[in-house]
Each structure stands twice: as structure tokens, then as C-alpha cells.
Design a protein around this ligand. Structure first.
Ligand SMILES: Nc1nc2c(c(=O)[nH]1)N[C@H]1C(S)=C(S)[C@@H](COP(=O)(O)O)O[C@H]1N2
Ligand SMILES: [Mo]
Length: 430
């Protein structure tokens, strides 16, 4: 392939810049050395064992897992965060993933009473309350309604919650890993509510639905009718396959852009009500105590946020100075991400990053800054903007408004101190 034919319109400018800069760095550069043919390299000159024998047959792995060499790309929990593992949380290894889709196998889990095993034949979904005709659906019934596919992020309201008081957890997985992004196949909740009939509910503007799960915690939440009729999905597939047990098999609620707690797993009942239930999960939990002691509630939408996933504490720079790919994720519960800026000096100056694809509504957006590293310290930050014009705040700006009592809804700008060694650390800049 000629150099020219490799330069598609999408990667033309940055590819050219890479070639120029790699050449300019000369013989000593790691990146240039890597690209040049190494005649003494046995991996090039000798026939390797894997080319001298057969590999595994197609019958060896009926359902595949990642290759052993990737065995560190796993969910991790922080044992001291919660009293036990059943009412707990683990974190997506976002520092090691690329693109935007989170494989179910490493997508964070949050349970209030553990992940239950519920067979499709034992599954029932009840719609009751202010409906014309209360209904109970089997799994098979649900499969007969017209369905849609959508990619959405799910972020726990507590994501980044440990960072209010100061830099705390050393890794993007732990500071920002209570998030996943999947393609869901499901039925608009609107369709099922219309099947039950909303005539009995009268004026829909002040109505709610109360949704609960089949697990012991039930995780009940109230959702305003306007949202329920808008884009909420009753989903049974994620990334093409059945939901995993831990994500709510066989059916979960998908509430685009809104806090993960409302995404009820093992969904068993939807009640149309004329007021919010004010359940545990929307009063003593998932509310934010402000500086004056009063609490914010009904903080459903996840505001725009971003994080550099690499380099980061668990993904240090392992090559020398020269070409460096800085990458991360951005998202907004209010719609699409329109721009992400990256700073290398703790927010003094900013460069606009390249979005891998135009931002999609309420879905993760991957950004890249293809840059040159001078081998010096960096205070790496990213700052997201969404289609409403909202700009991700600094930690100081957020604390001014919210004080220090909060756990949930911390969407502030994150800082990684990247050292000349390439190692990175979670820090706070004032
Ligand atoms: N039934 C039920 N649904 C639930 C929960 C639960 O404990 N039980 N946890 C909620 C919380 S707090 C979050 S953040 C999301 C997490 O979804 P995940 O485990 O698929 O990541 O599920 C929500 N739905
Ligand atoms: Mo959550």
C-alpha cells in the first residue's frame, strides 16, 4: 500500500503530522525505531512456534472469553467502600478499553441485594395502577411487541463520588468506572403503557410510574410520566445478546441519560400513580445534601462529564517522548457531546480533541488528542461540552454550588499528574 492510499479523509491530517514528527525525531526516537524494520529481531527473522503447529480447533471455545494475556482487563471493586459484596459496586476497566461499547463481561455492576438468577419462564412483568386494564406480560409476550435498538450510557449517580473531598482513588477505573455503554434491544415503555391504556390516568402531565425489580431490594423508583412516554426502554438484549444476570436478565429498564439507579434490573412491576412514591432510593439515598443542610432531590439527569482514560494511573506512558495518543470518554445525559478540550497544564491552556465519531445522544463519545509528549510533567484534564451549550465544571466551581456533603452527581473535571517516568497519579489542582 502506498503512503498516499493510506491517507483517507478521516485520518489524513493527523497521519501526515505523525509521519513528519516521527521523521523529525531522528534515530534516537522510540516511535521512529519501532516503525523501522529490525533485521536482527528474531520475531521477524525466525519462524516462531505458533507458525509451526496447529492452533485450537473451532470446537475448543463454544463461547469465547478474552485471551489470557488480557486477563487484567477486568472489573475491580474497592472492598473498603461497602460493608459486603452483595450491596456493593464494581468498576468498568475504562482505562483499558477503547471505542465506546462496553462488553457486558466487564461492565460495572451495582446491586443492592446481589445479582439474582431469574429464568425466562419464571419472568412476569405487571403493569397496574391508573391504567384502563392491568396487565401481566410473560417474557414471550414481550418478544411480540415491535422493538428498537439504541446505544446509551448508564452511569451510577455515585460515579466519582469518592472524589468530593480530594483526590482519592488512583485510577480512572475507580474514579470514573461506574459507567457502561451498550446497545440495547427493547420495547419502548410507551408501547406497553398504551397497551394497558392510559385513559384512566386522565391528565398525564402530573402522573408518574413507579418501577421496581424482582430482587429482594426491589430498588423502586418513581419516574415522571413525560420521561416514561419519551425514550425509556424495556430491554432484554444488550450488545446483541441476552442481558447478563448481573445486568438484570431477562429484562431491565433503560432510562437514557438519567442516573443508573433508575435503570431497574429484573424489572417486575410498573405502576401508574398520581404522585411520586418517595421511596428509600429517592429520599435517604440518591439525594444531595447541600452546605446549608437542605437536600436536592429529583436529580435525575447525569450532567456532561469526561475523563482521560489513557494515560492515567492504570495506563501509564510506557514509551519515551514523541508521538502520544491521549484518549478518553465524554458523555451527557442532556444529549450529544459536541466538543471535548484537553489540557496538559492543569487547565491553563486547552486544545480541542478529535471526536472519533460525532457525539450521539446520551451515549459515550470517544475522544483523541494525537499529540507530541516532550517527556515533561503534565497535568492532564479533559472538559466536555454538550449540545445544550453546557460546559463541564471544575471541581472548585462544583464545590461552590454544592459544598462538600455530596456523594452523587460529581461531574467535575478530573486531573492526572503524568510524570517524566510516564507514571500518572490522581491529583487535584486549585
Ligand atoms: N432491581 C435492581 N435494579 C437496580 C439495582 C438493584 O440493586 N436492583 N441497582 C441500580 C443501580 S444503583 C445502578 S447504578 C444500576 C447499575 O446497573 P448495572 O449493574 O447493570 O451496571 O442498576 C440499578 N438497578
Ligand atoms: Mo447506582
Amino acid at each position: 500500500m502506498s503512503e498516499d492510499s493510506r491517507q483517507g479523509p478521516a485520518n489524513g491530517p493527523s497521519r501526515r503530522r505523525f509521519l513528519t514528527s516521527a521523521a523529525a525525531l531522528g534515530a534516537g526516537s522510540v516511535a521512529a525505531g519501532m516503525a523501522r524494520a529490525q533485521t536482527a529481531d528474531p520475531l521477524i527473522t525466525e519462524i516462531q512456534p505458533w507458525a509451526q503447529a496447529f492452533g485450537e480447533g473451532v470446537d475448543a471455545t463454544p463461547y469465547g472469553l478474552p485471551i489470557d494475556f488480557e486477563s487484567d482487563v477486568i472489573r475491580r471493586n474497592v472492598p473498603w467502600l461497602t460493608a459486603d459484596a452483595t450491596s456493593s459496586i464494581n468498576f468498568t476497566p475504562i482505562h483499558a478499553l477503547d471505542g465506546t461499547i462496553t462488553p457486558q463481561g466487564c461492565a460495572f455492576e451495582r446491586h443492592h441485594s446481589g445479582a439474582i438468577e431469574l429464568r425466562k419462564q419464571d419472568y412476569r412483568l405487571m403493569i397496574n395502577g391508573l391504567v384502563d386494564q392491568p396487565l401481566v406480560f410473560t417474557y414471550e409476550d414481550l418478544e411480540r411487541f415491535p422493538r428498537e435498538n439504541h446505544v446509551y450510557f448508564c452511569e451510577c449517580a455515585a460515579n466519582t463520588g469518592m472524589e468530593w473531598a480530594g483526590a482519592q482513588l488512583n485510577g480512572a477505573q475507580f474514579t470514573h468506572g461506574m459507567i457502561h455503554n451498550m446497545e440495547y434491544s427493547g420495547i419502548p415503555l410507551r408501547t406497553l403503557l398504551e397497551e394497558a391504556g392510559l385513559g384512566a390516568a386522565g391528565d398525564l402531565e402530573d402522573k408518574w410510574v413507579y418501577v421496581e425489580g424482582a430482587d429482594a431490594s426491589s430498588n423502586g423508583r418513581s419516574i415522571p410520566m413525560a420521561k416514561a412516554l419519551d425514550d425509556v426502554l424495556v430491554a432484554f438484549k444488550a450488545n446483541g445478546e441476552a442481558l447478563r444476570k448481573e445486568h438484570g436478565y431477562p429484562v431491565r429498564l433503560v432510562v437514557p441519560g438519567w442516573e443508573g439507579n433508575m435503570w431497574v434490573k429484573w424489572l417486575r412491576r410498573i405502576e401508574v400513580t398520581n404522585q411520586a412514591v418517595e421511596s428509600r432510593e429517592e429520599t435517604s439515598k440518591y439525594t444531595d445534601v447541600l452546605e446549608d443542610g437542605t437536600a436536592r432531590k429529583w436529580t435525575w439527569v447525569m450532567d456532561a462529564k469526561s475523563v482521560v482514560t489513557s494515560p492515567s494511573p492504570q495506563s501509564p506512558i510506557t514509551h519515551g517522548k514523541g508521538p502520544l495518543v491521549i484518549t478518553g470518554l465524554a458523555w451527557s445525559g442532556h444529549g450529544a457531546i459536541t466538543r471535548v478540550d484537553v489540557s496538559k497544564d492543569g487547565g491553563k491552556t486547552w486544545e480541542t480533541a478529535r471526536l472519533a465519531k460525532p457525539g450521539e445522544k446520551m451515549a459515550l463519545t470517544r475522544f483523541y488528542l494525537d499529540t507530541e509528549w516532550d517527556g515533561e510533567d503534565m497535568l492532564l484534564q479533559s472538559r466536555a461540552m454538550d449540545e445544550t451549550g453546557y460546559v463541564q465544571p471544575t471541581k472548585a466551581q462544583l464545590r461552590d454550588v454544592r459544598g462538600l456533603n455530596s456523594i452523587y452527581h460529581n461531574n467535575c473535571i478530573q486531573t492526572w499528574h503524568v510524570k517524566p517516568s510516564g507514571e500518572a497519579e490522581n491529583v487535584e489542582v486549585s
